[in-house]
Design a protein around this ligand. Structure first.
Ligand code: B12
Length: 485
């Protein structure tokens, strides 16, 4: 039997069907599926993808499924993906009850009992699956499918698994007319296309109550990092294959390992890379390790995503963020001084947060004056301590899995005045006039650099016309005989 497997990316809870190019993250690959695809292909399996974001409707999904005729489908599922995964599994089984359905991803590990309630799922795989998924395919191919419905994935050595299979996504997107000029869609002007995302490690050493312990269950308690050499090898492959012009690290926890980062920047430059990149960091790390920040800037760092979260110390402590308001402000100052773009993540409407505490965040954002604002209404996610608090105190207003999406108009918990929060969310993004003026001046200065003016005038740096002196006139070409009149 030549087993055919179709992976399904269900990420339509936020923006619906036909949403591939809408929004910053809507043209990014799923590293989970891309990594499983690479691992299964390395074992000789035939793998393709259906990305629901590229389709028009569930009827369209039915048609594409009928074209692909898989023996096995594998779906990934965050909590927010629950409904599309449920519907997709139902359609798969309606089309052909013999197709084997396997579901994995964060929600399966974090909320197993809940996941078990989804009908039409043959297997649920918890944890990581680069070893386990190909093993399952082998067993199915040999006619001896696993006899347990729930399978715990084995933890892989991150240097031993193949690089993520980006073509799985790129080829699929092309089929549906998304002929993107870049492997993935860049989301800020600082990162030109072709743009790629990479992951240098899994897991996170911190203990934030809005995220933990969930992630520990999936990846283990500490960060597991790939070796610098392994990441450099992947970047070399990405340079050869996609000619990437910029990239972004998806890691939750990259900059906390200063030695790794310093070694990475050294090797990155040594290998001749100059492409700009973004990554996540934390205010306390930026303040504590300015030397590392400098090295990153030298190597091409253009921006940090920083989880500032709140401008109130009681709330930061409640979130177990491990940072202070002062560090938030200091980190922002350091970034501005070094020309690092700030992508500011922060939350409003945290359990027990008062309006005055929300206003502390509004005021902090005006001080931070980030380049990009990324605010969210606090959303309780299963598997986290703050979610348990919300459930214990009967505070949840989440009525459907779709509501786990980021949506700054939707109430998430009780005890918060969302009309006020909507106002605060807008106000937090209104720059102080002095900062707006400074930004305008800087933008004008960038627009009117000498280099640009000279270029506009068609002159090079020495003031000489860029076309150079007129070429020596060539002798008149003899007209070809057949054109001679
Ligand atoms: C990058 C990222 C994103 C990106 C891209 C997501 C994407 N396209 O995959 C963006 C920014 C878009 C994003 C958005 C969101 N994210 Co996010 N994101 C991440 C992050 C940092 C990395 C994901 C990743 O690539 N991991 C590495 C891969 C290899 O791991 P993996 O995907 O889990 O896959 C492994 C296993 O789960 C398993 N597996 C996965 N799928 C399958 C399928 C099968 C068949 C099998 C057998 C196994 C299997 O095997 C894989 C390989 O070992 C994670 C945190 C983390 N470190 O994982 C959060 C994380 C996944 N996100 C999370 C959340 C909450 C969100 C949002 C809901 C946030 C929000 N409110 O907006 C949105 C939802 C987006 C949507 N679909 O609508 C949570 C999920 C929690 C949960 N309960 O579901 C996480 C875990 C962060 C956290 N700790 O809270 N996210």
């Amino acid at each position: 039997m030549n087993l055919k497997t179709t992976l399904i990316y269900p990420g339509i809870a936020g923006r619906g069907f036909n949403s591939l190019k809408q929004g910053m993250d809507a043209g990014w690959i799923s590293h989970g599926l891309a990594s499983l695809s690479a691992a299964a292909k390395a074992e000789g399996f035939e793998i393709d993808l259906i990305d629901l974001r590229a389709l028009q409707s569930w009827d369209h999904f039915r048609d594409v499924l009928a074209e692909r005729r898989p023996d096995v489908v594998g779906l990934t599922m965050m909590s927010v993906d629950y409904n599309p995964v449920r519907v997709a599994c139902q359609i798969v089984k309606e089309y052909d009850p013999n197709i084997i359905t396997i579901v994995g991803g964060p929600h399966v590990t974090l909320a197993l009992e809940d996941s078990m309630r989804i009908p039409n799922v043959d297997y649920l795989v918890t944890h990581e699956a680069e070893i386990t998924f190909p093993e399952m395919l082998k067993a199915i191919e040999m006619g001896r499918p696993p006899d347990r419905r729930i399978i715990r994935g084995k933890t892989p050595d991150l240097d031993a698994i193949p690089f993520a299979d980006r073509d799985l996504f790129l080829e699929e997107w092309r089929k549906f007319g998304y002929d993107l000029d870049s492997p993935e869609v860049p989301f800020v002007k600082e990162l030109p296309p072709p743009f790629v995302t990479i992951i240098a490690g899994r897991g996170c050493n911190y203990n934030c109550s809005f995220c933990k312990p969930g992630e520990d269950y999936i990846f283990g308690k500490r960060t597991r990092r790939r070796s610098v050499e392994n990441v450099i090898e992947e970047l070399k492959m990405l340079r050869d294959r996609y000619h990437f012009a910029s990239f972004m690290f998806h890691d939750d926890c990259l900059t906390e390992d200063r030695d790794w980062v310093i070694e990475f920047t050294r090797r990155y430059q040594e290998e001749g890379f100059t492409q700009p990149f973004f990554c996540q960091s934390r205010a306390d790390i930026i303040v504590r390790h300015e030397d590392m920040v400098d090295r990153m800037v030298e190597a091409g760092l253009k921006g940090y995503f920083i989880g500032f979260e709140s401008g109130n110390q009681r709330i930061l402590n409640l979130l177990r963020k491990g940072t202070t308001v002062e560090q938030n402000l200091e980190a922002a100052r350091i970034c501005r001084e070094k020309g690092i773009t700030i992508w500011a993540n922060y939350m409003l409407g945290i359990p027990t947060e008062t309006k005055e505490e929300v206003m502390d965040t509004v005021r902090m954002m005006k001080e931070i004056d980030p380049d990009y604002y990324s605010p969210a209404f606090y959303t309780p996610h299963p598997g986290t301590d703050l979610y348990d608090y919300v459930v214990e105190h009967d505070l949840s207003r989440i009525t459907d899995y779709d509501s786990y999406r980021r949506n700054p108009t939707e109430p998430k918990i009780k005890g918060q005045d969302y009309e006020f929060l909507k106002w605060a969310l807008q106000e937090s993004q209104r720059r102080k006039p002095i900062n707006a003026l400074k930004r305008w001046v800087r933008a004008q200065r960038e627009r009117f650099t000498w280099e640009r003016i000279m270029r506009k005038l068609g002159l090079n740096r020495d003031g000489i016309h860029r076309g150079g002196p007129p070429a020596t006139p060539r002798p008149p070409r003899r007209e070809p005989a057949h054109q001679a009149g």
